[in-house]
Design a protein around this ligand. Structure first.
Ligand code: PLP
Length: 479
């Protein structure tokens, strides 16, 4: 492809994306294909001679689109929001055009320095304490690929911090025995990603019960810590969730923080989805109530902050602990002396993409006010849906409505009617929701405001489709 061919093809791609997004309502959010569909549409070997651009582009409709679940359809209400915005797309194109690997300062000075800057901008919006800033404190922020990565690198840091303390107290320490005594805690409502990160770091994790509103309380943590201490174990690390995946519940950071302070445990806050809302002054108290005890904080800008995937954000209060514990070195990596952070030691991969560019574009082209307006708009749409659920006596809310998440169910004993409703709605493919299970064992449908283009009319359309199936689901379940 020469320059002129590339220019023309790039124009085709932009036109395609705009057309796709404009006409997104014409496509059902769920595809009609069955597993294995794609193999029947493409040759079994790579082409010996180059295909034409026209054929490749045409295959977007013939091969790819039939198998797309449309995450940006306003009738897509599953999982969590996935950000998608023109400023972020433009930045991604430029980042890939410049195509660098930010493995140290010299390899990509702008990549490193812009990442430091935008993480500091966002930290200020969240009103994180000064210690979390590279320039004014001991800490700083870094872009990760995921919330899981944020947990993994911080649990490793907490593990190494604890082992260093144990070694200092007992120079004869048997390291293998000591590792086996370390224990971490989270709530049973935390995302399963926390389990995997702790398992990867080989730290035992206890998932403790939450209260009736799915919020994890300090007393539950205190009791578990005391049990572990009595058994001779060493509590080191706690993950509190602000906005759980299941119901968007908020753990009580003030209570958990007090226990972490008392027992000198690392307190990591996972706010993967709801963290973006903390840029709005009316939600800041959810973090501020316990921020003085927080050791690290993360949220995914690629969920609800209009920055395309992937863009996880992680801040730590003490960057030296993180960098020491996750350090990788080789003679060829340290090419220039600098006092700036070495982000390869703050994250999992050595190679790092220029992801700061898209966060920078989004912050500049929406402005803080535009992002706040976007978040408030989604919260408002969830309230509208809540109202519709409340007005229909066949339905009930299954958990308190929180941010853009509404968990609801069909009234009555057992879960059969709600399971039947979800089955019927999925089969019709016009609205996509997933289920969740509450600590009581109740099944609920999770309705999440996901798409950037959702309007109040779209919410009404989704509700009409859901309620259309309610009577059949109730009688189907009763039969
Ligand atoms: N934590 C919470 C609260 C989440 O909602 C999710 C995913 O939705 C995760 C963690 C896992 O995120 P990631 O895929 O970025 O690791």
């Amino acid at each position: 492809m020469d320059d002129e061919e590339f220019r023309a093809a790039a124009g085709d791609v932009i036109d395609y994306i705009i057309g796709y997004q404009r006409r997104i309502r014409e496509r059902a959010p769920l595809p009609a294909v069955t597993p294995g569909y794609l193999r029947h549409l493409v040759p079994s070997e790579a082409p010996e001679q180059p295909d034409s651009w026209a054929d490749v582009l045409a295959d977007m409709e013939r091969v790819i689109q039939p198998g797309m679940t449309h995450w940006h359809s306003p009738q897509f209400h599953a999982f969590c929001p996935l950000a998608n915005s023109p400023p972020a797309l433009l930045a991604e194109m430029l980042a890939h055009g410049l195509s660098c690997v930010g493995l140290n300062w010299e390899a990509a000075p702008a990549c490193l320095e812009l990442e430091m800057l935008v993480l500091e901008w966002v930290a200020k919006l969240l009103q994180l304490p000064d210690e979390f800033m590279t320039r004014t404190g001991t800490g700083g922020g870094v872009i990760t690929g995921s919330a899981t990565e944020g947990v993994l690198v911080t649990v490793i840091a907490a593990r190494e911090r604890a082992l260093a303390r144990l070694r200092a107290a007992d120079p004869e320490l048997d390291e293998t025995v000591a590792r086996g005594r370390l224990v971490a805690f989270t709530s049973c409502q935390a995302n399963p990603a926390i389990q995997r990160a702790a398992a990867t770091a080989e730290v035992r994790l206890r998932a403790l019960p939450a209260d009736s509103e799915c919020s994890w309380r300090g007393d539950t943590l205190r009791q578990a810590v005391e049990e572990e201490l009595a058994a001779g174990n060493v509590p080191i690390y706690v993950v509190a969730t602000l906005g759980t995946t299941s119901t968007c519940a908020f753990d009580r950071l003030d209570e958990l923080g007090a226990v972490c302070r008392q027992h000198e445990m690392w307190l990591h806050v996972d706010a993967a989805y709801a963290g973006a809302a903390l840029i709005c002054p009316e939600y800041r108290h959810l973090l501020q109530c316990g921020v003085q005890d927080v050791t690290s904080f993360s949220f995914n800008a690629h969920k609800w902050l209009l920055v395309n995937f992937d863009c996880g954000l992680l801040w730590v209060r003490d960057a030296s602990q993180l960098a020491e514990a996750n350090r990788i070195d080789a003679p060829y990596l340290d090419t220039a002396e600098t006092t700036l952070p070495n982000f390869r030691n703050w994250s999992l991969a050595l190679g790092r993409r220029f992801r700061a560019l898209k966060l920078w574009f989004v912050l500049r082209l929406y402005g803080v006010s535009g992002l706040q307006e976007y978040i408030r708009g989604h919260v408002q749409l969830a309230r509208q849906f809540e109202e519709l659920v409340r007005r229909d006596e066949r339905f009930e809310l299954a958990a308190p409505v929180s941010m853009g998440v509404v968990c609801f169910r069909l009234r009555g004993e057992g879960n059969a009617a709600t399971a039947e409703l979800l089955r019927r709605v999925s089969e019709a493919r016009r609205v996509y929701m997933v289920k969740t299970e509450l600590p009581t064992g109740q099944l609920a449908a999770r309705f999440v405001v996901v798409s950037r283009v959702t309007t109040d009319r779209d919410i009404a359309v989704s509700w009409e489709e859901i309620r259309r199936h309610a009577d059949a689901a109730l009688s189907g379940a009763a039969a």
